[in-house]
Ligand binder design. Structure first.
Ligand code: NAI
Ligand code: MG
Length: 488
């Protein structure tokens, strides 16, 4: 294990982030320790970037912009294809870094190359249109142009995929980008930026500034030369980023988590539903914006389903990233405190603890932030455990009497990111899919599975804007109408 830790040092430049194609330390010289959440071992020091570092990165991105904008889209597409190949060739290193800093077990083949290929294939298909005119001597058309410098603030839970969701379409469309990764897990982003350079993407097109949210993050969100912003994280920080963007009148998209319902009807295919429900709240230790954290079950099925889920939860193997496990630790002590706090709060509110509920102890757990997969039954819709995003492996079971009540409970939080509906009745599935307020609804499945380019994003306070779809590249363009007067 320590071999893998020391090998991170050989893959990345200790204490440096990427500004304008150069690996540099923070201007103030300060650093942040990145730790392995399974052991608290320090993995690497990264710069504690601030206003000056962000300013340098935005300046570098601004300088790189005109040439990148004017690069043939076919060439940009080819560079992104090459980037996909480099990422594929280094998939093992990327995976190791992300597993170490996030503390997650292996997820199998990486989806990153396909994310890049998808955006690459759209780079040279950004088209405008011709417009009707009042006279044959006039010509009207639209051009789709990139914004300029894009700012991207990303969280720590799935740094690689989240970075790619912003980076790939943004640069495919001809923008340049400054990324501010989360202080808890910045290494994957640094390594992916290094690979972008290796693929031949010109210096300054991709920049990564590490640092704390209120310092580097706030400086990026309020920078006057950032022309478009993207934020993924908590609603509270999302509001602050929006405020900063409002001052500069900068458009943005925000993705802010959820309290996603798993709605199980009486006739649900339970054999399929149970493992998916377990996975959807234990995957990445529940630290996923789309985690299926609320189980809405028809009252007559509740006892049977909770029993089966409880058995399945107890079989989830928990441990450090290098073991054959399904679930690792939480990211940090702060996150552990938050999750245990919600667990205590749920008990105080009168929810019934069915399984889990504790911090794990013992030799392989003591230095990490391990919490058991947990189920609360008899949760009332108004309880905090049913309303707030825990971002941990905690499932709240809420029962309902009829479809009407199921919809009311499903829609009864401030969030609306994804939802799953489990039933064998196509009619009810369709009806519910229309009535549930969420940016994505899966019938007898889970979010984005098996569908290529399904737009992803929130309703209500889960945010706005859609990523991952065929329009994602267009989201990073603005429309210019061009009017040509050809009159003699
Ligand atoms: P956060 O929203 O504060 O952090 C996300 C990113 O924003 C990080 O890069 C952070 O450095 C940056 N940031 C923080 N304060 C900032 C500011 N004032 N200006 C600009 N950028 C700033 O999330 P945090 O504190 O790590 O986690 C708290 C809770 O947020 C979690 O328990 C979870 O419920 C939710 N969350 C949701 C995520 C999602 O995928 N939707 C991801 C991470 C957290
Ligand atoms: Mg925060």
């Amino acid at each position: 294990m320590s071999d893998s830790v020391s090998s991170i040092g050989s893959l990345l430049s200790e204490g440096n982030h990427l500004v304008g194609g150069r690996w540099v330390s923070a201007t103030k010289g300060e650093t942040i320790e990145v730790i392995n959440p399974a052991t608290q071992d320090v993995l690497l020091q990264v710069p504690r970037g601030g206003e000056k570092d962000v300013d340098d990165a935005v300046a570098a991105a601004s300088e790189a912009f005109p040439a990148w904008r004017d690069t043939s889209p076919a060439v940009r597409a080819n560079l992104l294809y090459r980037y996909a190949e480099v990422v594929r060739a280094h998939a093992e290193e990327i995976d190791r870094i992300e597993r170490l800093e996030v503390g997650r077990p292996s997820w199998g083949p990486s989806g990153l190359p396909n994310q890049l290929v998808y955006a690459a294939s759209l780079a040279d298909k950004v088209r405008g249109e011709t417009l009707p005119t009042t006279s044959p001597d006039m010509l009207g058309m639209t051009l789709r142009e990139p914004y300029g410098v894009v700012g991207s603030i990303i969280p720590w839970n799935t740094p690689g995929p989240t970075m790619m969701v912003d980076l790939a379409p943004a640069i495919a469309a001809g923008n340049t980008i400054v990324i501010k990764p989360a202080e808890d897990a910045p290494l994957t982003c640094l390594y992916l930026a290094l690979l972008a350079a290796e693929a031949g993407i010109p210096p300054g097109v991709v920049n990564v500034v590490t640092g704390y949210g209120p310092e580097a993050g706030a400086a990026l969100a309020s920078h006057p030369l950032v022309r478009r912003m993207s934020f993924t994280g908590s609603p509270e920080t999302g509001s602050k980023v929006m405020e900063a963007c409002a001052k500069n009148l900068v458009p943005l998209h925000v993705e802010l988590g959820g309290k996603s319902p798993q709605i199980v009807l009486r006739d649900a295919p339970l054999g399929k539903a149970i493992p998916t429900i377990v996975r959807s709240i234990t995957f990445n230790t529940g630290q996923v914006c789309a985690a299926g954290s609320r189980l809405l079950v028809e009252e007559s099925l509740r006892g049977e389903l909770v029993g089966a889920l409880s058995e399945a939860f107890e079989k989830v193997r928990v441990g450090p990233w290098y073991e054959e496990v399904e679930m690792g630790p939480l990211i940090s002590e702060r996150q552990e405190r938050r999750v245990l706090g919600y667990i205590e709060g749920a008990k105080d509110e009168g929810a019934e603890l069915v399984t889990g509920g504790h911090k794990l102890s013992g030799e392989k757990f003591d230095r990490g932030y391990f919490v058991e997969p947990t189920i609360f039954d008899h949760v009332a819709p108004a309880m905090r455990i049913a309303q707030e995003e825990v971002f941990g492996p905690v499932l709240s079971v809420i029962s309902y009497r009829d479809e009407e009540e199921a919809v009311e409970i499903a829609n009864g939080t401030r969030y609306g990111l994804v939802a799953s509906i489990w039933t064998s009745d196509v009619g009810r599935a369709v009806r519910l899919a229309r009535r549930v307020e969420a940016g994505q609804v899966s019938i007898n499945s889970t979010w984005s599975r098996g569908v290529i380019g399904a737009p992803f994003g929130g309703y209500k306070q889960s945010g706005f804007g859609r990523t991952m779809g065929a329009d994602s590249v267009l989201e990073y363009t603005q429309v210019k109408s061009v009017i040509v007067n050809g009159e003699a």
